[in-house]
Design a protein around this ligand. Structure first.
Ligand code: FAD
Ligand code: EPU
Length: 353
């Protein structure tokens, strides 16, 4: 299916007409996981395509932001425009046979609720991505991934609203142009579409992926054999031990992407730092940004109520006194220090608004 294909039929729920209410000067503190005190000039929630259309009409000529769980966003100031919060819900099994199930989730469904749905049925594919915060709609946007699996690996298709034409288009995996924490929606189609629903192909006879060392170790510690359920439990335990809970300490997960470097630079670096973690990549080697940042002395740094997490240097944290500007400035300093020490450019993963 091509990205241009107009889909005339879409599961009933998201076409339900409802009126929208536009609020002014709404605090987004509880809608961004950094917990930053910022406000939206105008704000609405949508639970259907009609509500989205009405919201977009009201936002005509204004800057617009589609908001899911706010777990991959850094607001550097108040938002001078319309924030449209996606609340399109519902999970449906749209097709199944004895081997596979196609499961479609509204873009506003919480990602981990979809994981739980799959795990309860014993259907494989997304258990390694347990407990990633945020919405199903944002998952293909940045091709979320964890513990050796990315959403592209079980992706079937998505439906998205094309803002300019008001049409609904369907995208298959190829049209999404997935890459590491990337998709076409972050690049050439940036700002053009609102993702409405996501369909995944889950495996009823799962091939389990425990290749990420920490999973095997955790299963061993728990005294359990690998299954969809035990892998999910192990991943949840590992994540809780490393990553701060946004309900307690504001953060947006990895602030930076792991960089890929050319072989010539890699050879120089590994000569100087034989213990440097590295992974094969399509063009060169992928390095662990967390390790690079830790080597620059940032891990656990507290700059007065904000700083760098003490268990994972890739995670910037707001301990209550942070602001978007301060966190952005900190990220700038970190990028410069890694560049200076290792000659490696690290790139932000979080969307700066
Ligand atoms: P938001 O932050 O609301 O939005 C992110 C971007 O997507 C914005 O540009 C927004 O405009 C756009 N967007 C959102 N929904 C839509 C839509 N329906 N249509 C069009 N555009 C949309 N990520 C990983 O990949 N792996 C991890 O292991 C991981 N761990 C994390 C751990 C923690 C503690 C935290 C806080 C974050 C972590 N993340 C991880 C990052 C984050 O969870 C994901 O990027 C997630 O997919 C963001 O979802 P969201 O709904 O919160 O998106
Ligand atoms: N490391 C350090 N110091 C640190 C952090 C990490 O030395 O402070 C080293 C670790 O010891 C390990 C290597 O770096 O050798 C990799 O660390 P880890 O396994 O924790 O994974 P990561 O590369 O830091 C990535 C993703 C996470 C995802 C995990 C698990 C990115 C940018 N981050 O982190 O995704 O959960 O792998 O698969 O790719 C996110 O995207 O927000 C996110 C949390």
């Amino acid at each position: 299916m091509s990205e241009d294909k107009v889909v005339n039929r879409i599961v009933g729920a998201i076409f339900v007409a409802m009126s929208i209410s536009i609020e002014k000067g709404v605090s987004l503190k509880h809608m961004n996981t950094f917990g930053l005190e910022v406000a939206a000039d105008q704000f609405c929630r949508f639970r259907s395509v009609d509500m989205l259309r009405a919201g977009l009409e009201k936002a005509h000529g204004l800057p617009k932001l589609i908001l899911g769980g706010g777990s991959n966003i850094l607001f550097t100031s108040d938002f001078q425009g319309m924030v449209l919060k996606n609340e399109i819900g519902e999970i449906q099994v749209v097709q199944e046979d004895e081997d596979f199930a196609l499961v479609e989730a509204g873009a506003g469904v919480v990602w981990h609720d979809l994981v739980r749905f799959a795990v309860e049925k014993g259907w494989g594919g997304i258990e390694n991505m347990s407990l990633i915060p945020g919405s199903c709609g944002a998952a293909p946007m940045q091709n979320i991934g964890a513990y050796g699996v990315e959403v592209k690996d079980c992706f079937q298709s998505l439906k998205a609203y094309h803002i300019a034409s008001s049409e609904i288009h369907e995208f298959d995996g190829k049209a999404c142009e997935f890459a590491y924490r990337e998709s076409v929606f972050k690049r050439k189609l940036k700002g053009q579409y609102v993702i409405l629903s996501v369909c995944l192909r889950l495996n009823k006879k799962p091939s389990l992926n425990t290749s990420y060392g920490a999973i095997e170790l955790e299963l061993e510690t728990m005294g359990l054999n690998a299954s969809v359920k035990t892998i999910s439990d192990a991943v949840i335990r590992i994540r809780r031990s490393k990553l701060p809970d946004p309900a307690v300490i504001g953060n947006a997960g990895s602030f930076f992407k792991n960089p890929v470097v050319e072989d010539s630079l890699f050879q120089k670096l590994i000569g100087l730092h034989p213990s440097m973690p590295n992974y094969p990549a399509e063009s060169g080697k992928k390095l662990a940004a967390g390790w690079l940042i830790e080597q620059c002395g940032w891990k656990g740094k507290d700059l007065g109520g904000y700083g760098v997490h003490d268990k994972q240097a890739l995670v910037l944290v707001n301990r209550g006194q942070g602001s978007g500007e301060k966190l952005y400035a900190l990220s700038e300093e970190i990028i410069l220090s890694v560049k200076e020490k290792f000659k490696v450019e690290i790139e932000r993963e979080v969307n700066i608004i």
